[in-house]
Design a protein around this ligand. Structure first.
Ligand SMILES: Nc1ncnc2c1ncn2[C@@H]1O[C@H](COP(=O)(O)OP(=O)(O)O)[C@@H](O)[C@H]1O
Ligand SMILES: [Mg+2]
Length: 415
């Protein structure tokens, strides 16, 4: 049972440990502590999912055990494995002893029989290589178990996790069952790059974390002591919020706002003008095409009344609609290329790559990534490096069904 008597107490404790929660976050944490239930945190990258788990570990005084998920991960990396190296070393060091044991055996088969009577020596806890799930359950001290970015793990591992979380125990055939002395507090996070099983969602309290409102983001900035004055920080938050409204491949996260504030403070900025922001905007936008869009938008983000000198036709990149210029219809976008410092004029007879144009237009169909689709690239992924540069044309590939089918089988096991 939790030592926190109210949501407010949880909220204050989190803030004390450097995490600024909103009411919903504090309520979910309060409930998970009261009800002893796992919580699933979903939301775009950089909104404080991982950080929340760390903060919960801090306010509860429990140690943090983290299972970072990735594709291809299996039970031997999540639950436990045998320490083959140690087993081998022991068998070599004990060669003489093992020789004695099998010395009376008349043939190979009986030698193996004799040796197998000693299996339990080598398949014992001594030779076990514990992985995070095992550690969280079998550890001496109560733990917060963070299963981070579970959407990256395969469905098969998700099923194993479900089983383990259902009972807080792990069975190892050679040894027996390990039950948790104190059930770990479990937090799962997902960037929503794939759907999680209904069984998993059912088991968890669910919290969707989104970008914070302006006040909270400012409060977070203040708490990080970036060195930027409150007035500039407030202005910066508005600029970042404006950038998030642009259709960027990767919207700036909270951590990037913090980085930007620190950068501006280090540069000794005394006011935020378009120039200083443009010089430093690469701190928050990491793709060339986003960079160009951000630069274009900055003057109006600082001063909504600003008149941006631009006598060229507005191409409204990225919306995939067509423009008619003097009889030509150009459907263009900057899906693959950075057109924003384009010095060529679309309205005059460039040789057109019809296939490329059509392909890019297809990718930028309106609604392909509407709000709420942060989980699909370009909004996706905890690790930006892993976002594919060229997006698949269709969200559902031919293998997708197979995977879901396999997942269905996996899930059945877990329910
Ligand atoms: N509510 C918050 N209070 C304080 N700092 C926060 C908060 N949310 C996010 N941050 C900051 O943003 C950074 C990124 O958060 P992180 O937990 O890594 O994001 P996610 O796991 O959602 O991708 C953290 O290191 C932290 O500095
Ligand atoms: Mg994270």
């Amino acid at each position: 049972m939790s030592t926190f008597a109210s949501v407010d107490e949880v909220s204050a404790a989190l803030a004390e440990h450097g995490y600024i929660p909103d009411r919903r976050v504090a309520t979910t944490v309060f409930l998970m502590l009261q009800l002893d239930r796992p919580a699933l945190l979903e939301g775009p990258a950089g909104v404080g999912k991982t950080e929340l788990a760390k903060a919960i570990s801090a306010i509860t005084g429990r140690r943090l055990v983290r299972l970072q998920c990735y594709e291809g991960q299996d039970e031997t990396k999540a639950l436990y494995d045998w320490d083959y190296g140690k087993q081998l070393l022991y068998t070599q060091l004990l060669r003489d002893k093992i020789g004695e044991i099998v010395s009376d055996a008349p043939d190979l088969e009986s030698a193996v029989d004799l040796l197998s009577q000693h299996d339990s020596v080598f398949f014992s806890e001594r030779f076990l290589a514990p992985r995070p799930l095992f550690e969280a359950i079998n550890g001496q001290e109560p733990a917060v178990l963070l299963i981070d970015e579970i959407d990256r793990a395969d469905e098969a591992l998700e099923a194993v996790l479900l089983e383990t979380l259902g009972e807080y125990q792990i069975s190892i055939p050679e040894i027996g069952r390990f039950e948790a002395r104190t059930a770990p507090l479990v937090l799962l996070t997902s960037n929503n790059t794939r759907d999680l099983s209904a069984a998993l969602k059912r088991r968890c309290l669910h919290l969707f974390l989104d970008y914070p409102d302006a006040d909270r983001e400012l409060e977070i900035l203040r708490s990080k002591q970036t060195g930027l004055s409150d007035a500039l920080a407030a202005q910066l938050v508005q600029v970042v919020r404006g950038l998030r409204d642009l259709e960027l491949r990767k919207a700036p996260s909270i951590s990037e706002t913090i980085d930007w504030a620190r950068t501006l403070a280090v540069l000794g900025a005394t006011e935020l003008d378009a120039k200083v922001l443009a010089d430093t905007v690469s701190v928050v936008v990491k793709y060339e095409r986003d960079h160009a869009r951000a630069i274009k938008a900055l003057p109006t983000l600082i001063d909504p009344n600003a008149v941006v000198p631009d006598h060229r036709p507005d191409h409204s990149h990225g919306h995939g609609h067509s423009h008619s210029h003097g009889g030509h219809t150009h459907s263009h976008d900057d899906g693959d290329h950075d057109h924003s410092h384009d010095d060529h004029d679309h309205s005059h007879g460039h040789p057109k790559d019809e296939v490329g144009v059509a392909r890019r237009a297809e990718k930028d169909k309106p609604g392909r990534h509407g709000p709420g689709h942060y989980g699909t690239p370009p909004y996706a992924a905890g690790d930006d490096d892993l976002v594919p540069e060229v997006l698949p044309k269709t969200a559902v590939g031919p293998d997708r069904g197979k995977r879901s089918f396999a997942a269905g089988l996996g899930r059945r096991r877990a329910i």
